[in-house]
Design a protein around this ligand. Structure first.
Ligand SMILES: Nc1ccn([C@@H]2O[C@H](COP(=O)(O)O)[C@@H](O)[C@H]2O)c(=O)n1
Ligand code: CDI
Length: 160
């Protein structure tokens, strides 16, 4: 069993008109937002799954069922805090996180510093260990039609 573990996470949520859009803990001003059982923060969900995967702790739906009212509308920053506590219990600390958001609009570049601040606080790591990137889908497919938003994340964790 190695000291350093890699994890990968993916998430997707529908975009619905006149719905709040929370991404990386930041409330985006947009005509539509991500729809889900929690606040549907697709970026934080991908990060949670990457961390859980690295620690071999199943996935976000296993720990936070979408049938459980405790998680209804919850801020995914709180879910991330829970996940970090779980991997700490298993003796791991986070090395770094690298994430990619696939979203046609709006541009998220101006919001990335605030997202890093929120994630760093929730995960208890430095902002220099968090990378967030974005791309459109060049107007193709469900992302291009602004029907949905996707995020991918990878992370490294290591034994304390
Ligand atoms: N929702 C998004 C999508 C993209 N960006 C930034 O724009 C750059 C160009 O995107 P393309 O998909 O046209 O290559 C991209 O590299 C990001 O820096 C963004 O901020 N928000
Ligand atoms: C976070 C949870 C729980 O509120 O709900 P959603 O916001 O729907 O998110 P998803 O990424 O589909 O899966 C995990 C869920 O169980």
């Amino acid at each position: 069993m190695g000291k350093i573990k890699v994890g990968f996470g993916f998430d997707v949520h529908q975009l619905k008109e006149n719905h709040p859009f929370v991404l990386g803990g930041v409330k985006l001003e947009h005509y539509a937002g991500a729809y889900g059982h929690s606040d549907a923060d697709v970026l934080l969900h991908a990060i949670c799954d990457a961390l859980l995967g690295a620690a071999n702790l199943r996935d976000i739906g296993f720990h936070f069922s979408n049938k459980d009212d405790r998680w209804k509308g919850i801020s995914s920053l709180i879910l991330l805090q829970h996940v970090v506590a779980l991997i700490k219990e298993k003796g791991f600390v986070i090395g770094n996180i690298d994430a990619m958001v696939c979203l046609e609009a709006p541009k998220i570049n101006p919001h990335i510093p605030a997202m890093k601040t929120y994630i760093a606080e929730a995960a208890g790591i430095g902002e220099e260990d968090i990378s967030i990137k974005a791309t459109t889908n060049e107007q193709m497919g469900f992302i291009g039609r602004e029907e949905g938003v996707v995020a991918y994340a990878v992370c490294l964790i290591e034994r304390e």
